[in-house]
Design a protein around this ligand. Structure first.
Ligand code: PMP
Length: 398
């Protein structure tokens, strides 16, 4: 392949817009610089809008990745002896369970066949079982989109079940936030967390989380101290100061990323959240049309629970994981399998953020996948797949 830079179509990090790149490609400013203060404060305000959260919700913007944001939720909310229900849809739900257990809590895991989502009624049943045995449910945790399977769960009924049981609801939105609809306040959810490098459209480096008043109260009520670097009560005064357009310090924020975040969130909000969710839905259905034309089968078993942010695609017979390298040779990075049960059987393509505004990037991706299938001795009609994608993209526009 040529020396042209590879297109990054993995499920994060993702391609970023030229404006976002310009915003972070500056000599590092101090955290007290006026433009950093403004970008920080504006970003916190815009996070509420992107999360569909009301004014009572507290956004946190801290250095780290999605794992940091997950740990922050667990560290502030979960105490030894707590009982937690986890809707487990794959690799990142497993990580959540590990964190909950390390915090000394018991996790009841609800699992499903790979590619499926446990029915929310099972979460209600698990809560009722705990109550019957004299326990109190502290929280329900779920992964909005599990990046290892491309399966999306429906957070709304889970948040309602948590409310009915006086429990908190915590959602990992790392591969979903700003792309899949999530109504933080409308659904009365307690924590929705993500990282900068996915549908937010930035490089990696920021952990982003919004907590409800109820979640903040649960932090205040806890008896066991929170590790200092993750403590909402250490960070909250900093967030409040920046939102009031004053600088504050607890730990150094990645200032270049803060500048870029304000630009990225402004781009997301340019046409409103409904338009943003629709953009991802449209692109996902266009990509699914291409995969169908190439004869590729998805890991999610039901279209209704297939994520809009990425595709997880099974290798056709006689094609193996070397396909990922062949796609890379054609100038596009996609990701291999991640879920331990099917790791060698599938690959993953991210489709979120800036790339969705660039049909040429989507075309290049399909051409690279189709060409690599041919290279693997699996004949396909790549031109028909590109056409199917473009037709679907156009059809969805009208
Ligand atoms: N949760 C989900 C759903 C993810 O997709 C990821 C990252 N792929 C993580 C958590 C962890 O995020 P990070 O790699 O930024 O720590």
């Amino acid at each position: 392949m040529s020396s042209r830079r590879r297109l990054v179509m993995i499920p994060g990090p993702v391609e970023v817009s030229p404006a976002v790149r310009d915003a972070f490609s500056v000599p590092p400013p101090g955290h007290l610089a006026p433009d950093v203060i403004e970008a920080f404060g504006a970003s916190l305000e815009m996070m509420r809008t992107v999360w569909l959260a009301d004014a009572s919700a507290q956004p946190f913007l801290v250095p780290g990745s999605g794992t940091t944001a997950m740990e922050m939720a667990v560290a502030n909310l979960i105490e030894p002896g707590d009982d937690v229900v986890v809707v487990n849809t794959g690799y990142f739900s497993d990580r959540m369970v590990e964190m909950i257990r390390r915090a000394g809590a018991q996790a009841v895991e609800l699992t499903a066949v790979v590619g499926e989502v446990p029915n929310p009624s099972r979460a209600a049943g698990a809560c009722e079982d705990l109550v019957r045995s004299g326990r109190k449910v502290k929280a329900i945790f779920a992964t909005h989109v599990d990046t290892s399977t491309a399966v999306r769960c429906d957070p709304k009924p889970l948040a309602a079940i948590a409310r009915e049981h006086g429990a908190l609801s915590v959602f990992d939105g790392v591969c979903a936030t700003a792309a899949e609809r999530f109504a933080m306040s409308g659904w009365d959810a307690d924590v929705y967390l993500t990282a900068s490098q996915k549908a937010i459209g930035l490089p990696p480096g920021l952990a982003l989380l919004v907590a409800s008043e109820r979640a903040l109260a649960a932090r205040d009520a806890r008896k066991v101290p929170v590790p200092l670097a993750l403590d909402w009560n250490a960070w909250r005064p900093v967030m409040q100061a920046y939102e009031a357009r004053k600088a504050a310090y607890f730990a150094t924020p990645p200032t270049n990323l803060v500048l870029a975040l304000a630009v990225g969130l402004r781009e997301i909000l340019a046409e409103g959240m409904d338009a943003r969710f629709a953009l991802h839905e449209r692109a996902a259905s266009a990509m699914r049309a291409a995969w169908a034309a190439l004869g590729l089968r998805s890991v999610p078993t039901r279209e209704g629970s297939a994520a809009n942010t990425l595709s997880a695609l099974r290798f056709p017979s006689r094609v193996d994981a070397t396909l990922v390298g062949k796609i890379a040779e054609r100038g596009v990075s996609v990701a291999g399998g991640l879920h331990p049960a099917i790791r060698a059987e599938y690959f993953r393509v991210g489709h979120m953020g800036y790339a969705l505004t660039r049909p040429d990037m989507l075309m290049r991706t399909i051409e690279a996948v189709g060409g690599a299938l041919e290279d693997s001795g699996h004949p396909v009609d790549t031109a028909a797949a590109v056409k199917a994608m473009l037709t679907e993209l156009q059809a969805a526009r009208v």
